[in-house]
Design a protein around this ligand. Structure first.
Ligand SMILES: CC(C)(COP(=O)(O)OP(=O)(O)OC[C@H]1O[C@@H](n2cnc3c(N)ncnc32)[C@H](O)[C@@H]1OP(=O)(O)O)[C@@H](O)C(=O)NCCC(=O)NCCS
Length: 139
């Protein structure tokens, strides 16, 4: 099942607590790109892109009512398999330093820390948060 841009925005508005959720317009714009890769079901999604041998996760969420039941891990594994099928050898992502639940999730899924972008995220109140870079080899 493929969620629409509106459904993705509604789900991320429920799930995102550490950063601004994407709007339906932002999802629609990304989905239009030929490099985009969406894996979704009613309770969650992984949206990313694959360019040459690199995949990037752009947004990912599980509905709060379905968290800690393996939905995120399963969707991420499906995303990784699809990215590998398109030629990706590595998956990259950025996660807010304050978002320790997501860091725990990615670490449990085999991702390791590879860098930090200071002050990368700007919040609505003007405060800033570092972005941690994580990656996982697919080979
Ligand atoms: C991160 C997120 C997608 C995880 O989804 P999920 O479906 O709950 O994850 P899973 O149930 O597949 O968890 C797999 C493993 O990841 C780890 N994990 C998941 N959530 C965790 C948390 N809140 N804290 C620490 N570890 C966590 C655990 O090891 C878990 O295995 P376990 O439940 O057997 O202990 C979900 O918490 C979410 O939607 N967060 C808000 C959106 C977000 O922050 N997205 C990332 C933006 S970069």
């Amino acid at each position: 099942m493929s969620l629409s841009a509106e459904q993705l925005a509604a789900l991320s508005a429920r799930a995102y607590t550490h950063m601004q959720p994407w709007s339906a317009q932002a999802f629609a714009g990304t989905l239009e790109q030929p490099a985009s890769l969406l894996v979704s079901e009613a309770g969650g999604f992984v949206l990313g892109q694959v360019v040459l041998d690199e995949a990037e996760i752009l947004a990912l969420a599980t509905d709060p009512a379905e968290q800690r039941q393996g939905v995120g891990r399963r969707l991420l594994q499906t995303f990784e398999a699809a990215a590998r099928a398109r030629g990706a050898a590595m998956v990259f992502l950025e996660v807010a330093a304050a978002n320790t639940p997501a860091q725990g999730f990615y670490a449990a899924c085999g991702y390791t820390l590879s860098g930090c972008r200071k002050g990368y995220y700007r919040h609505a109140d003007g405060s800033r948060d570092d972005a941690l870079l994580m990656r996982r080899a697919l080979t």
